[in-house]
Structure formats: structure tokens, C-alpha cells
Design a binder for this molecule. Structure first.
Ligand code: GLU
Length: 431
């Protein structure tokens, strides 16, 4: 029998049950109120366009058949094809994937990319599967969602515990079924089959660009500042490396098993080497290095806090104890709306997820454009264009925040929602 792990609903300070989707809707409603959005348009955006639930039978290495549940959700495709990653995680559930799809709609809109929002996921612990089992799971999942995906319709990408190899299997499975190579069906692919230079580092690079802009705007000095990073996957590890290169002292990092802290700073490259060998960040040792839990890491005294792991890490329970002056959300949905209010009152500068981590989907867009043109850009070109788009989006959001005296998350949602609403209004409601 498959093991069904339903994510338990958490409760807020008033003991009401909530899900990430409720949080997403609270963010949307606050932005709608602020921009005076027409009720009919708002109602349309408050629903996902479509959601597909699939079962994925997989022949395991020992001969058993295990069945996993997977999802692909399109939140909104008014501004273009559906775009968003696929995650493999034991806590994946429909409400979470719906919220993540909504955030993709908003993320693409805030960056002004010609995409709608989607997300997919499989409820599985990928660490317990062999490479062969992962490949069979990925290919069957691709086949099950093939009624939705395609270069002009819905373009998946990596997310938690999926990577370039996963994308190669998806691209191959889709290509086999249509009978020709279709590199544009996924982004975040290996370079050899139409991937883009700079895509692997794009999320972390985008985070660092927005941190640099925020520091400039606030008149703070980046070299010598300190950072704590929760999560050492693709986004967290690259952010650690690039922040270190910018002169920031990365004093604490963690992965799902816990973390390490060192007031003199940690060596990001050494941490990456430990992870590449299958180790944990807590295997890192050295003078003055001590172990921290994920909860302690968030409360570390530092200038920059980078949540780069799961949703709902910063809540009404711990927000008042956070010490950072800036939070750069490399993760999607790490802060609850209640925590947002606490942080706003504490004067913490938040770089919200739909802006801070949008570097990934931005270079995904570049990859898709290169695939369509069958023409590849240099890494310098990719990084330069990424920097340009990230800085421009940062300033649009920052100006909106200042003009309306609201925090950066509300401003980002206002900018994005206005764009989605305008497209909805211009296209009209069919029939
Ligand atoms: N999974 C990433 C995100 O949450 C990237 C999505 C994409 O490139 O389509 O933004």
C-alpha cells in the first residue's frame, strides 16, 4: 500500500487552520484592496484554471509496484503559456501546489514575462528512491501530465529535489510521444540538449542582485555584512557563494538535517563540496563552528536572512524574534501574512519571494526563447540580461512600496495583480 502523508494544516495565532493557498489568497486580497480591483476580475483570479491529479505506478527495484500521487496545476494563463517547476517532496499536496502555481502567476507578472503560472509535484521522498526508480517515476508522471504540457502550453522546470537530469527525462519522454525533439517543453535542462548558460545559478544570482539593490536603496554597505541561509539546495548554495563573492560573511547555513554557525564566516565552496559528496552541512567542521537547528538559524543575529527551503518558516510564532534587517526570500512562501505584519512593524526590509527568487524563471524564459530561436546566448549575455530585468523589477516594486507606504510584498503583489487584471480585462471573459 502507498504511504499517504497528508500535510497537517497548521494553525495561526487565533488557532484557525490555514494552508499555503489561504496565505496566497490573503496576499492577493490585500493587493486587490489596495489597487481597488474590480470584484469580477478578482473572482476570476481567485480560482485555479485547472488542476490535474494523477497516480503514478512505479516498478521498484525489488519487483514491488509502488503508486505515488502527482499534480499539475495551472493557476492562470491569461498572460501566456503556463510556467512553473515540479517538486518531489513527501509533503506535496494539492493546496500547496495551487498556492505555488498562484505565486508563479504573480512572479511572472512582476517580472513582466509573457507567462501564466503553473506548478507540479509528486508526493514522494526522492532520497529513498534509486536513480532508476526516479527515472521511471519521472517518465510515468510526464506521460500522465502530457495532456497539459508542451512548448506553447505549459513548460515545467526544476524545483525542490528535481534537477537538470529530471528535466532531461521529461524532455525525452515528451519528445518520444510527439515523435521529434522538443527542447522547449522544459527549462532547466542540461546544456547538451538545449539548456541555457547561467540557468543553474539564476535563482541564487537573482537573489543577490535584489539584495544589492536593497542595500543601495537603504544606504547600507554590503561588504562586511553578515548572512544566515536556511536551505542549501540550488538557490541557497548559489546565494551563499555569490554573497561571499560580494564580500558578505555567511555565518550560518542549514539543510533539512540542521545547520552550522561560525561568527568568522563559513566557506561556501567547501560546503558545496560536502553536499556534492552526499554529506550534510553539519559535516562542516573548523574552529568556532557549532551546530544549530533550523529554528535557531532563523533567529541568528545577522544582517541578511535568506530562507531558501520550505514554505511557512517565518510565522507569528517566531517573527518577533528574528534579528535580520533584511530578509531575501529565495524560497517560495516562507513567510506567513501574520508574520509579514510583525516584520513590517519591526521595520525589517523584505525582498518577497515573487521578486527575490524570480531569477530562476527569468532565465527559464531566456532558455525557452533560445530554444525557439535555436540560438544560444553566452553566459555573460544571460547574466547581464538577468541583472537588467531583476533591477528593473526591483525598482518598480520599490517605487510602488514607497508611493503607497506599504511593504515590498504588498507592493510586488500590487504590481503583478494589476498586470494580470489588465490582461484579463482586455481579453474579456469567454464566451
Ligand atoms: N521552480 C522555480 C520557481 O519556483 C523556477 C520555475 C521556472 O523556471 O519555471 O520559480
Amino acid at each position: 500500500m502507498p504511504v499517504m502523508i497528508e500535510k497537517k494544516l497548521k494553525t495561526d495565532s487565533a488557532n484557525r487552520a490555514y494552508s499555503p493557498w489561504d496565505h496566497a489568497m490573503a496576499q492577493m486580497n490585500a493587493a486587490a484592496k489596495k489597487i481597488g480591483l474590480n470584484e469580477s476580475i478578482l473572482k476570476k483570479i481567485a480560482y485555479c484554471k485547472r488542476a490535474l491529479i494523477v497516480s503514478i505506478p512505479v516498478k521498484m527495484d525489488d519487483g514491488r509496484v509502488e503508486v505515488f500521487e502527482g499534480y499539475r496545476v495551472h493557476h492562470n494563463v491569461v498572460r501566456g503559456p503556463a510556467k512553473g517547476g515540479i517538486r518531489y517532496h513527501p509533503d506535496v499536496n494539492l493546496e500547496e501546489i495551487k498556492a505555488l502555481a498562484f505565486w508563479m502567476t504573480m512572479k511572472c507578472a512582476v517580472m513582466n514575462l509573457p507567462y501564466g503560472g503553473a506548478k507540479g509535484g509528486v508526493r514522494v521522498d526522492p532520497k529513498k528512491l534509486s536513480l532508476g526508480e526516479l527515472e521511471r517515476l519521472t517518465r510515468r508522471y510526464t506521460s500522465e501530465i502530457s495532456i497539459l504540457i508542451g512548448p506553447d502550453r505549459d513548460i515545467p522546470a526544476p524545483d525542490m529535489y528535481t534537477n537538470a537530469q529530471t528535466m532531461a527525462w521529461i524532455m525525452d519522454t515528451y519528445s518520444m510521444s510527439v515523435g521529434y525533439s522538443a527542447p522547449g517543453v522544459v527549462t532547466g535542462k542540461p546544456l547538451e540538449i538545449g539548456g541555457s548558460y547561467g540557468r543553474f545559478e539564476a535563482t541564487g544570482r537573482g537573489v543577490v542582485v535584489t539584495v544589492e539593490e536593497a542595500f543601495k536603496q537603504n544606504g547600507w554597505k554590503l561588504p562586511g555584512a553578515t548572512a544566515a541561509i536556511q536551505g542549501f539546495g540550488n538557490a541557497g548554495s548559489v546565494a551563499a557563494k555569490l554573497l561571499s563573492l560580494a564580500g558578505v560573511k555567511v555565518i550560518a547555513v542549514s539543510d533539512s538535517k540542521g545547520g552550522v554557525i561560525c561568527p568568522q564566516g563559513l566557506d561556501a565552496e567547501r560546503l558545496m563540496a560536502i553536499k556534492a559528496k552526499g554529506g550534510r552541512v553539519s559535516d562542516y567542521d573548523g574552529k568556532n563552528v557549532s551546530v544549530v537547528t533550523n529554528a535557531e538559524l532563523l533567529e541568528t543575529p545577522c544582517d541578511i536572512l535568506v530562507p531558501a527551503a520550505m514554505e511557512e518558516q517565518i510565522t507569528s510564532q517566531n517573527a518577533s524574534r528574528l534579528k535580520a534587517k533584511l530578509i531575501a526570500e529565495a524560497a517560495n512562501g516562507p513567510t506567513t501574512p501574520e508574520a509579514d505584519e510583525i516584520l513590517w512593524k519591526k521595520n525589517v526590509f523584505i525582498l518577497p519571494d515573487i521578486l527575490a527568487n524570480a531569477g530562476g524563471v527569468t532565465v527559464s524564459y531566456f532558455e525557452w526563447v533560445q530554444d525557439i530561436q535555436s540560438y544560444s546566448w553566452t553566459e555573460d549575455e544571460v547574466n547581464a540580461r538577468l541583472g537588467e530585468l531583476m533591477r528593473s523589477a526591483f525598482h518598480t516594486v520599490h517605487q510602488t512600496a514607497q508611493q503607497n507606504n506599504v511593504h515590498m510584498r504588498l507592493a510586488a503583489h500590487m504590481v503583478a495583480l494589476k498586470r494580470v487584471a489588465q490582461a484579463t480585462e482586455i481579453r474579456g471573459i469567454y464566451p
